[in-house]
Design a protein around this ligand. Sequence first.
Ligand code: FEO
Length: 408
Amino acid sequence: MNITKMNGPVYRLGVNINEKGYLFEGLWPVPNGVSINSYLVMGEKKALIDMTQETCTLMDSLAQQIEQAGISPDQLDYIIVNHMEPDHSGMLRDFAKTNKKARFICSEKAVPLLDQFCSIPADRVDSVKDGDTLDLGGGQILTFYMVPNVHWPETMATYLESEKILFSCDAFGSYGTVEDAVFDDQLSEERAVFYEEEALRYYANIVATFSLFVDKAIKKIADLEIKVIAPSHGIVWRKEPQRIINDYKRYASYANGPAEPEVCLVWASMYGNTEKAVAPLIRGIKKEGLDVKVFRVPQDDLGHILAASWRAAGLVLAMPTYEYKMFPPMAQVVEDLMIKKVKNKKVLRVGSFGWVGGAEKDFRTRTEKAGWDIMDSVEFQGCPNEENLAQVEEAAGELARRIKEFTA
Ligand code: FEO
């Protein structure tokens, strides 16, 4: 890839990961790939902000891009380590072996991690606190802001005063590879919306659990004059930096208040009995004018289910009883919704059972602390009859009405 000249003496460097079957964090499918961005600030001293994962191809690519700026990696004076997760720090170990002079700048909490993850001892590291600055010379001063838990406790953001650029690392990031169009002003509206959708899924998969901290971080940077948001995943927002900030503000707000007036319906079926309830569920919701996103497990992936669940004010979970419990793939969905702190939802559960039930008790136990407003479930033995299906449709309509009232 080629480097991209940004404002002033700043370059955007980036690598894309889009191998088929690749799982981000070893867990999340990324059908549109993901970019990992770094930024080079060329003062009298040269600083590289964040690195990339530890694979030869990516490391070679980043090294070649540094050379495109007219310097070799050995000439870098500072490496700004905003975040120690290995998608940004994996290359540091090898880099530190060849470049012996660079200082590593990070938060206090990151100092031991640099040693443990990358064998970079504390005597090569300078820790910074909130508001500390680093003067690169030539009028280029970096200021550091601690943004703990966006995404790990040691995470910080870096601000370049001269160009009003915030290098925000995971914050304001998105999935999706980035090719020649690096900036939001180079994108069609449709493509910009694509990155916003990818940002929502990234948010739901990676930082949703820490929404309280996202909100705090946004408040912390509220007084900064920001002309450019330069995250470590996805595009650079220089035409409308506030657009992605507002998106993240809205995503974070879903943790504490109503989300959007729509429904995420997740269903599972063993022999087609619970499946028969899906059409009346959709009908009941749509009759009330709400949109519904439908997923089946285990066929559909959890990353997309989490994103739709995060954005929707209402959830429908349809599954049969399996050995006195919820159908296992759905139990996993519920477990993950709990881990990601998907709260403040209006929820309906439906499903079939064979000899006796059990899914209902299991569901109620697992969601006890979810903070969900759960309606009476609709259950049926074996194949649902007409009366059962009418009950399902009516319950879905009632759920939709409650969502409308909740989000009004
Ligand atoms: Fe992109 Fe939390 O690492």
